[in-house]
Design a protein around this ligand. Structure first.
Ligand SMILES: *[C@@H]1O[C@H](CO)[C@@H](O)[C@H](O)[C@H]1NC(C)=O
Ligand SMILES: *[C@@H]1O[C@H](CO)[C@@H](O)[C@H](O)[C@H]1NC(C)=O
Ligand SMILES: *[C@@H]1O[C@H](CO)[C@@H](O)[C@H](O)[C@H]1NC(C)=O
Ligand SMILES: *[C@@H]1O[C@H](CO)[C@@H](O)[C@H](O)[C@H]1NC(C)=O
Ligand SMILES: *[C@@H]1O[C@H](CO)[C@@H](O)[C@H](O)[C@H]1NC(C)=O
Ligand SMILES: *[C@@H]1O[C@H](CO)[C@@H](O)[C@H](O)[C@H]1NC(C)=O
Ligand SMILES: *[C@@H]1O[C@H](CO)[C@@H](O)[C@H](O)[C@H]1NC(C)=O
Ligand SMILES: *[C@@H]1O[C@H](CO)[C@@H](O)[C@H](O)[C@H]1NC(C)=O
Ligand SMILES: *[C@@H]1O[C@H](CO)[C@@H](O)[C@H](O)[C@H]1NC(C)=O
Length: 818
């Protein structure tokens, strides 16, 4: 259920590197008295299923690696430590550590970093002759050695000291005779195996599994009669996975365990079965590898029975089913004028004894808190007070946050009518009264809402035009372009567009229809009437507008103003008489009008506009839907990029509703955006590369239908390029106006923008320098992407926004001993 996704910031990845064991003889499963296992040696169980050795983790905060002695599934490197000896006492990595079984039978970890104080795993009885063996079920056992050399009693075993993992055959429960009990304790954080917030116990009295968070019931498996097999809470466990549950009661005690049912052996992936391990995650749930054993990811204390979540007291400020959502972006301070200002200050506790789960609880219980850092390390950072979250869709390198969801807008407390009057008269009287009061209060609510709307509008007007509501005519005289947005009245726009008549409609953009209009003094405008599903409040809309209004560049279409009335939201742009690039390029009757020089100008204009968007302040804008129909041309055939920042105006949800839009336009999308939903400025560079090829060739990228040949223009161009026939891609109408060396240079640059790997693509700045400077060296081409739009992984796209994001971003590489 939970996906394995990486955190946004690659520097946060934990890396475990184990050097390979060289010069070792046959793999051993046993240490004898006096033996030493150093940090580059390993014990292997008899059938090599498990490995015992030292591994290291790099914490998020700090750069010193920590070493631990652990057991893991051989050859399986992902989150595979099933037991750790020194989980709450790490060894600094640069001190040499080794495991010894001394001549007194004492098993311990010595290290120079420990000074004189080794970490004792089994202290032994002074005179015992013992040995240590790693068994094939993952159990590390210290046993007596008889005088004749045979193995005798078990003195100690790691199964009695579970960490966060239950292996098949391990027990949870209690032994009444010895008083010993077995439970799991989660890691503290993703980077710290120290005992954390969650424990998993077998509760004998109620015969159920219980997860506790810092001692308080958090989740339970529900009351059980016999086998878990029949219990709905576990119904989601795929029976073909072959797990069977055992609850054993014997004279000594009562235990829960699971085993791998041999019946199903032939049905399932043997590898997964062989690596089965129930791990209590540091954020709560139990997972067996990538499969969640439970329905919940996080419990919030509402007592969701279906998910097994327990109920606990809530702070008053939390409403039913409010949750944290993982989001990428920044918390910004809200200034006195209602505008978002700089990054907000946060509350930061650097303590290494609290983990992400504790931090969530802290934020949850603090009514001032809006969200917390999601970096999954130790410590706690959260934001309180007068702040607002500004998502950035993962564009800039912000760290993931957990942001509290907004309360539902229609939270209206329902009146409870408990009285069951027997008298009709009082009922009628009450009914009339209620009706009257209801109508009255509805009217009041309506009035208030209208007033609030007016106030908001007024506020926006004040903000955008400090002096007064500008008359549309004033635009004509407005020589000094200020950042102010002009607000047009609805009546004025309606008049300008002949009441949005179909004749004035220019086209249909991703966000709604576009109309042509003329202001009273004759100035022509383009009106983009936004579809109503923007899902945005007026304040956010205003913030976006101000941002877009600030983007002014000769190669970007200019926003003249806006208009809003009630639900209606419109953006007013300057009108472009020559429409868009595609209307020339792909029209056989017009494409000869664009000679080579003009095409070079257009390419350079697009590049300059993009450069401005990418480099503009820290609120870098990624266009995301660059295509020929979004490149407008003014009366001098000068490029004006349009629709930039439109994605910002719309909430993500709105975007996702419109598939056309979220995935951009097939053929222009970079592979990483199409497949994984990752976009960066390099995604725009990719689209730019496609555009360049289209401009040079006069063909649409997706105009290829040849089953056996290349699937699109990119593939076609690459094929020609490799055959040294790059020039054949040229639009035949350019024959006379195009210098060949420049053409080839342009195709080379375009192909470099289309590299499969985003890292191999140049930045737009580099593109400009390569285009302008004939002597600039060109990159060696590797492998342009041939993405055709067929394999968008919807699952991946969906996962991005959901809470299933499981933060298993642990990237581990380990070279095991051979
Ligand atoms: C561990 O012992 C092996 C064999 O004695 C030796 O080759 C290796 O260098 C040792 N490694 C360390 C880190 O001491
Ligand atoms: C581990 O990998 C090696 C080489 O790939 C293989 O020979 C060995 O059988 C594997 N061991 C286990 C337990 O899977
Ligand atoms: C480490 O954990 C063990 C068992 O959980 C506990 O007895 C011991 O006190 C802990 N030590 C530290 C330093 O926290
Ligand atoms: C490990 O440390 C103990 C206690 O300091 C010491 O007695 C023992 O000799 C050490 N073992 C090795 C192999 O150095
Ligand atoms: C070794 O000695 C133990 C008792 O000390 C005995 O139970 C066992 O049978 C002996 N094994 C052999 C192979 O003699
Ligand atoms: C432990 O027993 C083995 C096998 O009998 C023997 O070789 C070894 O010397 C003994 N070790 C000690 C410390 O007695
Ligand atoms: C399990 O043992 C710990 C200490 O070892 C004790 O605090 C706890 O109460 C025990 N739990 C049960 C259910 O007996
Ligand atoms: C469990 O399920 C099996 C098969 O569905 C059924 O025969 C059995 O009676 C069930 N046990 C209980 C305790 O409900
Ligand atoms: C909140 O709970 C109600 C039912 O109580 C449910 O209909 C609604 O979908 C829930 N909302 C969310 C966001 O989970």
């Amino acid at each position: 259920m939970a996906s394995k996704e990486r955190l946004f910031n690659p520097t946060l990845l934990l890396i475990i590197i184990m050097s390979s064991l060289r010069g070792s003889s046959a793999a051993l499963d046993t240490l004898k008295q006096g033996d030493v296992l150093n940090s580059s040696q390993y014990l292997f169980s008899a059938k090599q299923r498990f490995t015992l050795g030292f591994f290291s983790l790099t914490p998020y905060h700090g750069d010193k690696k920590n070493s631990y002695l652990g057991i893991w599934y051989t050859n399986y490197t992902e989150n595979s430590e099933v037991w750790i000896a020194n989980r709450n006492r790490s060894i600094s990595d640069d001190s040499s550590a080794f495991l010894t079984l001394d001549h007194l039978g004492k098993l311990m970890i010595n290290s120079s970093g420990f000074g004189v104080d080794p970490f004792v795993i089994y202290s032994g009885g002074e005179t015992e002759n013992t040995s240590v063996t790693l068994l094939d079920n993952g159990n590390l056992v210290v046993s007596e050695v008889n005088s004749n050399g045979s193995i005798g009693r078990r003195l100690w075993e790691s199964f009695d000291y579970p960490t966060d993992t239950l292996l098949p055959g391990m027990k949870l429960g209690v032994n009444h005779k010895t008083g010993r009990n077995w439970s799991l304790t989660s890691w503290l954080a993703q980077d710290d195996p120290a005992p954390g917030a969650f424990t998993l116990e077998w509760e004998r009295k109620t015969r159920r599994l219980v997860i506790k968070r810092r001692g308080e019931p958090y989740w339970s498996s529900g009351l059980q009669q016999s086998k878990f097999k029949n219990v709905s809470l576990f119904e989601y466990i795929d029976p073909t996975k072959g797990q069977d549950y055992i609850i054993n009661t014997d004279a000594d005690g009562e235990y829960f365990a699971y085993s791998l049912d041999t019946e199903f052996e032939s049905l399932i992936n043997l590898q997964d079965r062989e690596r089965s391990a129930w791990q209590l995650q540091y954020w709560g749930p139990i997972m067996d590898r990538s499969t969640s054993i439970m329905k919940m990811n996080f419990c919030y204390g509402y007592g969701m029975e279906a998910e097994g979540c327990e109920k606990w007291d809530q702070p008053e400020c939390r409403y039913y089913n409010q949750t944290f959502e993982p989001k990428s972006g920044f918390f910004r301070h809200i200034g006195p004028d209602g505008l978002l200002q700089d990054d907000a200050a946060s509350v930061y506790d650097h303590s290494t004894t609290i983990g992400p789960a504790d931090c969530r609880a802290r934020c949850w219980n603090n009514c001032d808190c809006w969200g917390l850092n999601g970096d999954e390390g130790t410590g706690c950072q959260y934001w309180t007070g007068n702040v607002k979250f500004e998502p950035d869709d993962g564009v800039s390198r912000s760290i993931l946050k957990y942001v509290l969801t907004d309360p539902p807008k229609d939270e209206i407390s329902k009146s409870n009518d408990k009285g069951n009057e027997k008298w009709i008269v009082p009922v009628i009287v009450t009914a009339i009264l209620v009706l009257f009061l209801g109508t009255f209060s509805l009217w009041r609510i309506y009035r208030r809402r209208v007033e609030a709307e007016r106030r908001q509008e007024k506020h926006l007007l004040e903000l955008t035009t400090p002096d007064r509501l500008l008359d549309a005519d004033e635009l004509e005289n407005d020589g000094n372009a200020r950042h102010n947005i002009k607000v047009f009245s609805f009546a004025c726009i309606a008049a300008a567009t002949n009441n949005f008549s179909p004749e004035t409609k220019l086209g249909e953009g991703g966000f709604g229809p576009v109309y042509k209009g003329a202001l009273p003094k004759g100035r022509e405008i383009a009106v983009k009437r936004l579809s109503r599903n923007s899902g945005q409040g007026l304040v956010e809309f205003k913030n976006e507008l101000i941002l877009i209004a600030k983007l002014q560049h000769m190669n970007l279409v200019r926003l003249l103003g806006c208009c809003f009335q009630g639900e209606e939201k419109m953006l007013i742009y300057e009108y472009m008489p020559n429409k868009s690039l595609d209307s020339f390029l792909f029209d056989p009757t017009k494409n000869y009008l664009l000679d080579w020089e003009q095409r070079v100008n257009i390419i350079e204009g697009i590049a300059q506009g993009l450069l401005y968007l990418h480099r503009y302040s820290r609120l870098k804008v990624i266009h995301r839907d660059l295509k020929a129909s979004n490149i407008l041309l003014d009366e001098n055939m000068c490029v004006k990029i349009s629709d930039f920042g439109m994605a910002r105006i719309f909430k993500r949800d709105g975007l996702e509703a419109n598939t056309n839009r979220i995935v951009g336009t097939y053929g222009y999308m970079s592979p990483e955006y199409a497949m994984e939903g990752i976009f960066s400025e390099k995604s725009d560079v990719f689209s730019f590369g496609v555009l360049m090829l289209e401009i040079v060739s006069g063909r649409k990228n997706n105009s290829f239908y040849n089953v056996n040949g290349p699937l699109n223009l990119v593939g076609y161009a690459w094929e020609l390029w490799q055959r040294d026939a790059g020039k054949d891609i040229m639009d035949p109408t350019l024959k006379d106006s195009c210098p060949m060396h420049q053409l080839l240079r342009f195709i080379h640059v375009a192909l470099s923008c289309l590299e499969d790997s985003a890292a191999d693509r140049p930045t737009i700045l580099e593109v400009i320098s390569m285009l302008k400077n004939e002597s600039a060296s060109l990159p060696i081409l590797k492998k342009p992407a041939f993405f055709t739009g067929g394999n968008v992984n919807n699952e991946d796209l969906q996962r991005k926004g959901s809470e299933n994001y499981s933060v298993n971003g642990l990237s581990i590489s380990r070279m095991d001993a051979r």
